[in-house]
Write a new protein. Structure first.
Length: 132
């Protein structure tokens, strides 16, 4: 969890180190305020319907521009390949852990057959004998 927080802090620090982030935030806030208050003043209705109707369009424009810029920056630095390798390694670790979990689940589910009580008693007896 600590590494995740460290990565989040690093990414946020990188994003806000450039003036383009402040431009994006300003434009996003101006658009958001305009969409909300246009409903209040022009329609006479204090509703978020207009804002939420246009929000996906705003996200479609803003989010790709921010992420493409970050990807291009990481690609130029050569960091993107390292991250891709790390992601693939993480996925393989998750898959291995899932396979271990699945094997344990199969072993555990053997106790729920008609003679499950006998199997449980045998396993408990075996464990007790090993502890002696």
């Amino acid at each position: 969890m600590n590494t995740i927080l460290t990565l989040i802090k690093k990414e946020l620090r990188d994003v806000f180190a450039s003036p383009i982030a402040y431009v994006f935030i300003t434009v996003f806030l101006v658009l958001s305020f305009w969409l909300y208050f246009s409903g209040v003043f022009f329609v006479g209705e204090a509703s978020m319907r207009i804002f939420f109707g246009w929000l996906p369009v705003i996200f479609i424009v803003f989010l790709p521009t921010i992420t493409m810029g970050k990807w291009a920056e990481e690609k130029n630095l050569g960091v993107l390949a390292i991250k891709t390798k790390q992601i693939i390694q993480s996925i393989s670790k998750i898959k291995d852990n899932y396979n271990k979990f699945e094997e344990s689940l199969v072993e555990f589910s053997k106790n729920f057959v008609p003679n499950g009580a006998e199997n449980t008693a045998k396993i408990a007896a075996k464990i007790l004998e090993e502890k002696k």
